[in-house]
Design a protein around this ligand. Structure first.
Ligand code: ASP
Length: 434
C-alpha cells in the first residue's frame, strides 16, 4: 500500500484536486491520503491556515470572526462547486467551525480546521472514508508523537478501506485539539505510513523534489535523486523547506522509503529518501542556510572546573525561554546560538544579568543577526577536502566566518556567517563544491 500526502498547493483549488484524483486513481496501491489545508493559488493569495489564525486573533480581541470567516467559507464552497459537488450539505459544517472559533476554542483548534474541512471535502469528492486524527493522533506538549497513537490507529484503520485523513493536527494527552508546527501535515503522513506499514510514503508538493540548493539563489539547481533520512533531516534543519524536519521521526524505525513528488508533473521521478544510500562519487547532497539566530557568549577563567556547569547554565537559559540550537565550547568559554524570536531584548537583558550574577562570569554578551549554513552529505567525514574547498571559497568571496562545526555529525558541516552574507555564502559554497 502507498500512503500519499498532498500539500496545500495540491488542494488549493478544484483543478488541483482533480490532478490529485488522477494521481490516486492511476495506482490502486494509493489507499490512504493525507491532505493539507488549501494553500495559495497565486503569489499574492492567502493560505487558509493563515486566515484561520487571523480569525482566532480577532476572537482574542473580543471581536467576532464572522466577516473574515466568510472568505474561508467561500474558498471551500468555490472548490466544492467547481468539483461539481453540492455546497449545501457543507454549509452547516462551516458554520459549526465558525461558531467554535468565535466561542474561543483557541489558536490550535482554529488552525487545525483548514485540514479538517479539506479532508472532509476531498473524502466526499473521492467517495472515500474520512478519518479524523483527533483523537487518534496524540501529540505530547513538546510536539512529539505520543506512543498511544500507534494503538489508536491500529484499532481505527480497517482493511480494504480507503481513507482521506486531515494533516497537521491531533489532540494533546488531555484530549484538546493540538497542531504540529507549521507544515506539519508531512508528520501526519509519516505517522500514517508507519501505522499502515506502507511500502512507500509519497509526499506530493508543487516542485519536482528536494533541490540541492534553493533554486531562487541558483536557478539551475538540481533535484536530489536520492538522499538518506539523516541527510533530509539535516538539510531541513538548516532551512531547506520542502519536507518538514520532524517528519522523519515517525518513520525512522520502519525504513519506509519516502518519495517527494510534484502534483503538477507526476511523471517526474522526484526525490527518494531512504535509510541509507550508496555514497560513491557523491559525498554531498545539498547546501542550505537559515538566518535569524542570536549568539550568547560567556567567558570565565576555569569555567569548566565546576561540575555540572553546562547543565546549570542551560537550565538558566530554559527559564528565560531560550533553547539553543548550536553550541561551541572553548577552554574558558562557551557560545550558544539560538533563534532570535525565542526571547525579547528585555528578557535577554534579564537573563544576562542573572547569568553574570549567579555564575560570577567575567563576560556575558549577546549579539543578533547570525545565520547557519549547512553543507550536507553522508560522505563529509570521508572527504576532508570539503573543508579546504569551503573555507577557501568563503575567504575568496570575503565572507566572514564565526562558527565552524565539523565532526559533531557524520552528515554535515555547519558554518556560522552573518545574516546579511548568508545567501552569498550558500552561493559561494555551492559553486565551489557542486
Ligand atoms: N496548513 C498547515 C500550514 O500551513 C500545515 C501544513 O500545510 O502542513 O502550516
Amino acid at each position: 500500500m502507498i500512503v500519499c500526502k498532498f500539500g496545500g498547493s495540491s488542494v488549493a483549488e478544484a483543478q488541483q484536486i482533480k490532478k490529485v484524483k488522477k494521481i490516486v486513481d492511476s495506482d490502486p496501491r494509493r489507499q490512504v491520503i493525507i491532505v493539507s489545508a488549501p494553500g495559495k493559488r497565486s503569489k499574492d493569495d492567502e493560505k487558509v491556515t493563515d486566515m484561520l489564525h487571523a480569525c482566532n486573533a480577532m476572537v482574542q480581541q473580543e471581536l467576532s470572526c464572522k466577516d473574515l470567516f466568510k472568505k474561508i467559507s467561500l474558498r471551500y464552497t468555490t472548490i466544492l462547486s467547481d468539483l461539481g459537488l453540492q455546497t449545501k450539505p457543507f454549509l452547516p459544517v462551516l458554520e459549526e467551525v465558525r461558531q467554535m472559533i468565535d466561542a474561543g476554542h483557541g489558536a490550535e483548534y482554529a488552525a487545525s480546521r483548514g485540514e479538517y474541512l479539506a479532508a472532509r471535502m476531498v473524502a466526499t469528492y473521492f467517495g472515500w472514508e474520512f478519518l479524523d486524527t483527533d483523537p487518534l493522533i496524540v501529540i505530547n506538549h513538546d510536539g512529539t508523537v505520543n506512543p498511544e497513537t500507534w494503538d489508536n490507529l491500529k484499532k481505527a484503520l480497517k482493511p480494504n478501506v480507503k481513507y482521506v485523513v486531515p494533516g497537521f493536527y491531533g489532540c494533546d494527552p488531555e484530549g484538546k485539539v493540538k497542531t504540529f508546527s507549521r507544515g506539519g501535515s508531512d508528520i501526519t503522513g509519516a505517522i500514517l505510513a508507519s501505522a499502515t506499514k506502507a511500502e512507500t510514503y509519497e509526499n506530493w508538493t508543487d516542485v519536482s523534489g528536494i533541490f540541492s540548493v534553493d533554486p531562487r539563489l541558483i536557478p539551475d539547481a538540481k533535484v536530489i535523486k536520492e538522499m538518506t533520512y539523516r541527510e533530509v533531516r539535516e538539510l531541513a534543519g538548516v532551512g531547506a523547506g520542502v519536507f518538514h524536519e520532524e517528519a522523519i521521526a515517525p518513520i525512522l524505525a520502519s525504513g519506509i522509503p519516502i518519495n517527494v513528488k510534484n502534483t503538477n508533473a507526476p511523471s517526474d521521478d522526484g526525490t527518494m529518501i531512504l535509510p541509507t544510500r550508496e555514497i560513491g562519487d557523491h559525498p554531498l547532497v545539498g547546501i542550505s542556510g537559515k538566518g535569524g539566530f542570536s549568539r550568547l557568549s560567556l567567558r570565565k577563567l576555569m569555567l569548566f572546573k565546576r561540575t555540572g556547569i553546562r547543565h546549570a547554565l542551560l537550565t538558566m537559559l530554559h527559564i528565560f525561554g531560550v533553547r539553543p540550537s548550536f553550541s561551541l565550547f572553548g577552554v574558558d568559554s562557551m557560545v550558544w546560538f539560538f533563534e532570535t524570536t525565542q526571547a525579547s531584548d528585555s528578557v535577554l537583558d534579564a537573563m544576562c544579568s542573572r547569568l553574570k550574577g549567579e555564575f560570577d562570569l567575567e563576560e556575558v554578551s549577546i549579539d543578533h543577526g547570525h545565520a547557519i549554513v549547512g553543507i550536507i552529505g553522508s560522505g563529509v567525514m570521508q572527504h576532508s577536502s570539503v573543508i579546504a574547498t569551503s573555507t577557501n571559497a568563503l575567504a575568496h568571496d570575503k565572507i566572514g566566518l564565526n562558527f565552524f562545526n565539523y565532526g559533531s555529525s557524520d552528515t554535515s558541516i555547519l558554518i556560522g556567517v552573518s545574516d546579511i552574507q548568508a545567501q552569498e555564502a550558500v552561493k559561494s559554497l555551492y559553486k565551489a563544491l557542486f
